[in-house]
Design a protein around this ligand. Sequence first.
Ligand code: PMP
Length: 442
Amino acid sequence: MSLQNELDLYESVTLRSRALWAEAQRYMPGGDTRTSVFWPPYPLFFTHGIATQIWDQDGIARTDFINNFTSLPHGHADPDVTLAIQDAAAKGAAFGGGNEPQVRLAKLLCERLPSVDLVRFANSGTEATMNCVRAARAFTGRHKIAKAEGGYHGTHDAVSVSVKMSPALLGDAANPDSVASTAGVPDAAIRDTVVLPYNDVENSRRIVEANAAELAAVIVEPMLGSAGMIPASPEYLRVLRDVTYQHGILLVFDEVVSLRMGTGGAQERYQVMPDLTALGKVIGGGLPVGGFGGRADIMELFDPTAGPRVSQAGTFTGNPVTMAAGLTAMEKLTPEVMERTEALRDQLAEGIHDVSAEFDVPVQVTGMGPFYAMHFTDHPINNFRDAANVDQEFKRQVFLGLMNEGILVASYMVGALSTPMMEADVEVHLDALRRVLARHAD
Ligand code: PMP
């Protein structure tokens, strides 16, 4: 069975989503307000979620393996997080001053993340990485940054370079070009962002060294998330640490996603300490959030009692509702809970291999911690180009097929397990994949 059959099946059961999307097109371009989660022919519209389940506009329940792009570690409407939100909201949504939940969440993050002495909050991961870049420029007096090809750090200009695009546009693999990933990025931003080949130790070192005098920061995801949950090799992160240290360049880890690779994030797991860390997603317990922190001597740039030298603002920054939700969600993310979720994820990864083998479909399952991605190919996946070099039509077919069979993952075949999941949820995922691949084989 082909992609067209999956599309027909999808359209036959999602009539209300399609109708709402048609109406939405009158008011929002493309009927959509979040390009990164749009999928053709039209995305589902959702009404509610409880724990592992999410319901669409047509009343169909699916098991949610993406949980708003990994921002809901405990699944939907976790009772403790919901209570914390209700309680905080009943006392007022936001105040023009400090609040206690900020202090509690900041303390938790400083205690958990080995490299973070001081932390600040923001309203999105985009703001988090933007503030890291600004702090690095202020601290070093240099203007360029380097980022990995395929690395996603949000939507501001400096990082909207060589993200998700056709590898044909990205130049030589060993010496990648800097290419705007969206229209509207000024040439100056592109000139100031150098691109490194991910997991390529020698070439990345060479490019950093060649630009060292102008580089304020190297920003990198310890695991390329939206490019397909591709972990960095330990050597890659160690070399980036060494070369940045040698040249007075700040190393920024974007742990917006990878924080859940351990209680102390990916930095603890890899035992590589960045100078600054960008945070987001789970630290807000499902509400909009960002955070950034790191070495005290850098974070003190933001200290208003001493200047400040770097100004940071945001009407909703550190609001007590988000802070209370984040604090509750993070407190529930204990080492035991994380280990249990990771063990389930490993079971799922093994099952995906087995089920694919039943149908002679080659697959690489990447990811660490609760994260996984399915790459239907027989070549290893070490960087963005490897992940892009797969049969895109088959990928779409499996994505829609899983949706038709009651499993929600990202359209780029990425997922993360949530803490309420049990072995039965893994089985449901594997059975769905089996049915999709069996249909394909027919
Ligand atoms: N960094 C990474 C690694 C991300 O995955 C994301 C969001 N998916 C961001 C930054 C941006 O976060 P936000 O969408 O909250 O702006």
